[in-house]
Design a protein. Structure first.
Length: 128
């Protein structure tokens, strides 16, 4: 069943309109009117519209904030990825320096014959 509902704003500058509503919609308006101690269905509909506009504004603000947070999150992820890559590079450099120190220490500790062998054939990294 469709209700034809006439909204008549008794205030200056308000226009009169006719609205078709389903039973459930009219019941929600009546319930909202009763719960909020509103004098008329017209005022209840106006408040519904005002509430909708307020919620829509809040939604737009939250959506903008969400987009900004998404951008910030992506930037943080990129920074973290860069830090991890730098850490890996530093780890590789530390390993290289340690290997070089070990080779230098082996060289210093080796006898003349071993050094000559390494000069000719190269130093074996597994050699003790």
């Amino acid at each position: 069943m469709t209700w034809f509902y006439c909204v008549n704003y008794g205030r200056i500058g308000m226009k009169k309109i006719t609205v078709s509503l389903e039973d459930e919609q009219l019941d929600r308006i009546d319930q909202f009117q009763e719960e909020n101690d509103i004098d008329s269905r017209s005022e209840a509909v106006r408040r519904f519209i005002d509430d909708y506009e307020e919620l829509n504004t809040m939604y737009e603000e939250l959506h903008t904030e969400y987009d900004e947070l998404q951008t910030e999150l992506e930037q943080e992820r990129n920074r973290n990825q860069m830090i991890l890559e730098q850490r890996e590079e530093h780890t590789e450099l530390v390993r290289y320096v340690q290997d070089e120190r070990t080779a230098e220490q082996k060289w210093r500790e080796a006898g003349i014959g071993q050094r000559l062998k390494w000069r000719i054939f190269g130093m074996d990294t597994d050699d003790e």
